[in-house]
Design a protein around this ligand. Structure first.
Ligand SMILES: [Mg+2]
Length: 407
């Protein structure tokens, strides 16, 4: 996976000690940016900043969170970085690093001179092991090298996640995670057995479903009371005595309606294309379209998105999605639901199951604090901790969990 940006948020004298490392970054084509003046920028004390504010600041630096890592020497930046979804976090703290790991640092060392580029690369190149190979002991390709240590949570096996004294909080994606990917979105009906398992899990644990679909759509498909539903990648969340619509998203409803109409006109002639209206976004599914039209569709959609400055395009599995351009995603939705449900990283084992690129936003927020489960037949780089081959494998795991963790 590509590493594009290294952010450095250190005391001045320590930045100088990174000279060798910064040179290594530059040799590897990584852009180095020094963070200074974040508090001054917003005229706040760092203790009153939250990760949403930090994300906003980072967006001004024109970086992609999934391609960025940060080196920092205090706890608060670790917390802010993890909450905003930065891919890799390295903490340099002279004393004990336990607290930095609890805040979600991937790596920690005591002196800036300890850091090498290979350590950082390990975080980006990590491929989650299959759950079958990580139930009782997790053998992974992360080695504590020299003075740089990995977050101990990354070595926890699945048995420790589900059978500890801590309660488990569950977050699920829907398509491709609870139901297999199908040709048309309306065919993705959850099986009665899978639904029954999720229902039973929700009788014992806190559960939320976080989907790219419209919230009403997911609620209708699952029909389980007493759980949280986040639709449209988290713009629209509802649960018992709770409902939240991201105000910026609400404002853009007419813009989404307008681009949807334009897309329908422009793409009308292409056989097999499905335009899914999702209120806060619009999805263009091309799974059923003849391959020769792929470049044309890409061209039309990209061009159209560029003409709306408040919108952005996201790519999923054989789908383009157009949605409001601001920093909100499944990772932010998870944290918002956690705060509503009183779930914190220390007292709960928080687990997230997902299969697609949009789920990586949630996996990155989990990393070092909770546990991501990637549903994928392929061994790929991901911020998840474990991999399940298929929806069937996920269902088998849920059965094990309901059977009190016996395999
Ligand atoms: Mg999915």
């Amino acid at each position: 996976m590509d590493i594009k940006t290294c952010l450095v948020w250190l005391e001045h004298e320590d930045v100088n000690k990174l000279d060798g490392f910064i040179q290594e970054c530059q040799t590897n084509g990584v852009n180095v940016k020094i963070i200074e003046g974040f508090e001054r920028f917003f005229n706040i004390d760092i203790l009153s900043a939250d990760f949403n504010l930090f994300s906003q600041y980072l967006l001004g630096l024109d970086i992609k969170f999934s391609e960025t890592f940060i080196i920092t020497d205090s706890l608060y930046p670790v917390k802010l970085s993890r909450g905003s979804g930065i891919k890799g976090i390295l903490s340099v703290i002279k004393d004990d690093n336990t607290a930095a790991f609890a805040c979600g640092a991937d790596l920690a060392c005591r002196f800036p001179g300890d850091i090498s580029f290979d350590d950082v690369r390990c975080v980006f190149d990590f491929k989650p092991p299959l759950l079958d190979d990580a139930w009782e002991s997790k053998k992974i390709d992360l080695q504590n090298r020299g003075n740089v240590k990995f977050n101990p949570k990354r070595f926890m096996n699945a048995d420790m996640v589900f059978n500890s004294d801590k309660p488990v909080a569950f977050f699920f994606d829907y398509d491709g995670t609870l139901t297999p990917i199908v040709e048309r979105p309306e065919w993705a009906k959850i099986s009665a057995d899978m639904r029954d398992k999720i229902k039973k899990i929700s009788d014992r644990h806190k559960v939320a479903v976080v989907s790219g679909r419209m919230r009403e759509d997911v609620e209708r498909l699952l029909k389980i009371d007493n759980i949280f539903y986040a639709g449209s990648h988290g713009f629209d969340i509802s649960g018992k005595n709770f409902s939240f619509i991201l105000p910026q998203a609400k404002k853009l409803l007419p813009v989404i309606a307008s681009i949807t109409a334009d897309l329908k006109d422009e793409l009308a002639g292409i056989d097999g294309i499905i335009i899914e209206e999702k209120k806060f976004s619009v999805a263009i599914h091309y799974r059923l379209v003849d391959k020769q039209y792929f470049p044309v569709i890409t061209e039309i959609v990209s061009k159209m998105v560029r003409s709306f400055e408040d919108l952005r395009m996201m790519r999923g599995k054989m789908v383009f999605e157009i949605l409001p351009k601001f920093d909100w995603n499944k990772g932010k939705a998870v944290q918002s639901i956690m705060s509503k449900l009183g779930i914190n990283w220390d007292d709960y084992n928080v687990v997230y199951f997902g299969d697609d690129t949009t789920d990586e936003d949630a996996f990155r927020v989990m990393s070092g604090r909770g546990f991501g489960f990637l549903v994928s037949p392929f061994e790929i780089c991901s911020s998840a901790e474990f991999r399940l081959r298929s929806v069937d494998d996920a269902e088998r795991l849920f059965e094990v969990i309901l059977d009190n963790g016996r395999r």
